[in-house]
Design a protein. Sequence first.
Length: 181
Amino acid sequence: MPLVEVSGSIDPDAISDAVEIGDRAQVLLWDVGLHSDEALDALRRLTEGSPPVVALATDADQAAAARDAGAVSVLPRSSPADVLEVALLAAGVGLDVRDPSFEHETAPRRGPLEDGEALTAREAEVLQLLAEGMANKAIALRLGIRETTVKFHVNSILAKLGAQSRTEAVARAARQGLIFF
């Protein structure tokens, strides 16, 4: 049984229908499609307080434009149904899902963080590897640095995120859009 229920579908030109469906939906799936200018304009016109939008795009430029228009998450139009389902569920609880094929769109944001202090490029790399479940030794091997240097970066990341553990750091980073799964 699917975890996602479709409430309805609309034509991109019928923005009033989107608002009506948005009143019933927890998340909107928005296909930017082949007529991206019209679809992006319609997405921008959605009212305040509408549910989060997961956009489907054809390339990285369209993905960036969809994010600028207000989409929370962006995936390729060719994404399989199970990926869409997970993305919709994630967006419904406030998480951001991006696809690595939109490379320039998925670069981790480095700052500023909630307290104003930004992550360095190396800290952002270490944080992403922490999110993948890697241990300090494995991170050191992957990045070609010493394990003590990794520990230094982890401690700095914990301090900047105000986290007490690696798990808490990853959770806070995901909420802030610093890492992507």
